[in-house]
Design a protein around this ligand. Structure first.
Ligand code: NAD
Ligand code: GLY
Length: 363
């Protein structure tokens, strides 16, 4: 087992990464200070892992709440079922919430923990590749609004992140690819060597070689932990973690939550950001080809939906957390492995990028 740390002073916490660590009570005991534990999961993950995690808390007052599965349920209405479960079981402000599932469960549980009685503890047990390399670390929590993705939320750090890589054995290939998008992101924003490593080892990751997957998870979590420690509330460098997200969130909202996976939107979005950076003269055509090949080899879409024209993108990208004084900010590339945030790009070139990447037929 590997242990990393997110360094945030008195709110620092460990990230444990290993195979078959879900039932290790010694990881949990030091971070759960009260007897009341509420496990939040969903209807897909519960039959797979809930029993094992309940066992972990056998000497606690442990309850569970099972949410419907899907991005379309990441909203305030469903969030209320968590509050209802907590209140009906008389959970006090010293309780701990446990997020058992992918990024949707993690973001919702974290947000419930941020709000319940003005803030209680929570632990992340991420079970998708995407959640293991990104969403479980860093304390961004929240829900979607019909008009915009993740627009209601709070920063609230967990007490620990427990990544059991064996949980990936039950994940389907499409979800694995969605997780690869966020892994590729870390290379593209700030680590050229990791880009080379991914190009060399993409086939091993796709075939779920456990050693290579564990290595990719560790490198990703280390990068995320470093960025979050440097800029917890996203006033600077953390914004780079949104590479591809402004395009991707627009696609997710524009096609209806749940139709495009978050990682798929990010994959296409990272490619569109590379295309715009090439049109601006910051990337070469060879750089763009490397990004396209990586996204494609990870089995992620390289075309945006046919239904998303320039105007639709612009309307949706106007509802983004990086918008400031009415201006859209994008994460673009100064060079491969070196991203930056800017609103100084040519909107005609952005239009060309959007049209160049739009699929011809709707599928
Ligand atoms: P998800 O949570 O919807 O999970 C994907 C699917 O896999 C779901 O159907 C889920 O039930 C299923 N699943 C989960 N674990 C499984 C397992 N071990 N075996 C079989 N099936 C399993 O999607 P996701 O990709 O994990 O997360 C996407 C969400 O994360 C989005 O809402 C996105 O906005 C959010 N996100 C948040 C952050 C952050 O920093 N907070 C970062 C990235 C993404
Ligand atoms: N996934 C973006 C962030 O955590 O900042």
């Amino acid at each position: 087992m590997k242990t990393l740390k997110v360094n945030l002073g008195e709110r620092s916490y460990p990230i444990y990464i290993g195979s078959d660590i879900l039932d290790q009570k010694n990881l949990i005991k030091p971070v759960v200070s009260s007897k009341q534990v509420m496990i939040v999961t969903n209807e897909t993950v519960a039959p797979l892992y809930l029993e094992k995690v309940l066992e972990l808390f056998s000497d606690y007052q442990c309850e569970s709440v099972i949410l419907p599965d899907g991005e379309q349920y990441k909203n305030l209405k469903v969030l209320d079922t968590i509050f209802d479960a907590l209140l009906s079981k008389h959970f006090d402000r010293h309780c701990t919430l446990v997020a058992l599932g992918g990024g949707v469960v993690g973001d919702m549980t974290g947000f419930a923990a941020a709000c319940y009685q003005r803030g209680v503890n929570f632990i992340q047990i991420p079970t998708t590749l995407l959640a293991q390399v990104d969403s479980s670390v860093g304390g961004k929590t929240g829900v979607n609004h019909p008009r915009g993705k993740n627009m209601i939320g709070a920063f609230h750090q967990p007490q620990a992140v427990i990544i059991d890589t064996d949980t990936l054995n039950t994940l389907d290939d499409r979800q694995l690819s969605a997780g690869l998008a966020e892994i590729i992101k870390y290379g593209l924003i700030r680590d050229r060597k990791f880009i080379d490593w991914l190009e060399d080892n993409m086939d091993k990751l796709l075939s779920r070689d456990p050693d290579y997957l564990a290595q990719a998870i560790e490198i990703s979590c280390a990068c995320k932990a470093e960025v979050v420690a440097a800029d917890e509330k996203e006033s600077g460098v953390r914004a780079l973690l949104n590479l591809g997200h402004t395009f991707g969130h627009a696609i997710e909202t524009g096609t209806g939550y749940g139709n495009w996976l978050h990682g798929e939107g990010v994959g296409t979005g990272m490619l569109m950001a590379a295309d715009l950076s090439m049109r601006q003269g910051w990337l070469t055509e060879a750089d763009l080809k490397r990004v396209e090949d990586l996204v494609d080899r990870a089995n992620l879409p390289t075309r945006s939906p046919a239904t998303m024209d320039y105007q639709k993108f612009m309307d949706l990208m106007a509802v983004d957390k990086k918008v400031r004084d009415g201006k859209i900010n994008l994460v673009l590339y100064k060079s491969l492995g070196d991203a930056f945030v800017t609103n100084e790009f040519d909107h005609e070139l952005l239009k060309e990028t959007i049209e160049a990447h739009r699929a011809i037929n709707s599928d």
